[in-house]
Design a protein around this ligand. Sequence first.
Ligand SMILES: *Cc1c(COP(=O)(O)O)cnc(C)c1O
Length: 400
Amino acid sequence: MPTNDHIYNCYAPPPQEFVRGEGAYLYTESGEKYLDFIAGIAVNCLGHGNPTVLGALKDQADKVWHVSGMFRVPGAIALAEKYCAATFADKVFFTNSGAEAVECAIKTARRCQFVEGHPERFEILTSKGAFHGRTIATVNAGGNPKYMEGFGPEMPGFTNLPFGDMDAIKEAINETTAAILIEPVQGEGGVRTLDIQFLKDLRTLCDEHGLLLIYDEVQCGAGRTGKLFAHQWADGEADPDIMAVAKGMGGGFPLGACLSTERAAAGMVPGTHGSTYGGNPLAAAVGNAVFDELTKPELMENVVKISNYMTQQFEALKDAHPDVVLDVRGKGLMCGLKLKKKALDVRNLAREHKLLVGNAGDNVLRMVPPLIISEEHVREAIAILDEVFTKAKDMDDFEA
Ligand SMILES: *Cc1c(COP(=O)(O)O)cnc(C)c1O
């Protein structure tokens, strides 16, 4: 096997190389089969090798690959129309990744304050444990010191506040505040869910103070919680002004977007922003196919049904393994188990048992399976986890 010496050492991948995928399974060259409950970190929402999405990509590949934003891209226009019809948004900027979508959201918010006569309002309030990406601005927005160390001076313009603390937010608002940026369900931070009421209160607070509400639904969007977007559980009572999406939206093809109201995007005129690749014909073709699948009611019903079943099973696992599992968290098919043992080691042990899961902050084992899974897949995963947790009992306890 060739070494990966010439790849940046930012990741430490295991030796397995997956050469084929089908539904909820990945296969190595030698035919070993793995149950995929991490799905490229909440990306492969329709599983691997979805024929409809694959067909859309192949069709577009025969036509035109790329023209840049200099020219109209019919697929992107159609996709923007679909997302606007399905959400609070009036305007869309397509990107290639989540971080770029958040960057665009930050720029849109500040620019809105600027064109509305408040250039002094640039400060964005964010949450501890947040994750918004790995660009210089988005690591500063996330505020995780580990991700900022050695990358130059801390960037002004972000205030990182305790998670889910309304009083802290109220106290932090001043004449320089432009916006609140928040994940309705924190992913990397440990699969932590905000109450719907909290989101409604944020909406009210933003209206009272002339602030823009920005959601980062890069991970919790794209049907992950059983609605197209997690904040939609509030039935329109906690809509944002701006929202970043990515991950599941391309089902595995690099695609993200910043969605915005007409008002919030009013300052984003020619010359203010751009992306060479964003929403190119290939990405748009895939995005349309994924959207059409995600918005089929049967799929969202499946997420709700399967996630209820899975949560019950997790609770039972917790009861059976009190030495290993402390807490069951999450919403829909964005699931976390807070562990007493080191989540990273348990994750690796699960991989040895042919189950792919992830880990997240706060010592959480993270599961974000494809949205198409069945109860049979859940039973298979639970049986493996049961075995893994039995073995994990002998591990040392996790120390923060
Ligand atoms: C993954 C993630 C991002 C960053 O997305 P990239 O595509 O890796 O740039 C931003 N916000 C949230 C909530 C995420 O989960």
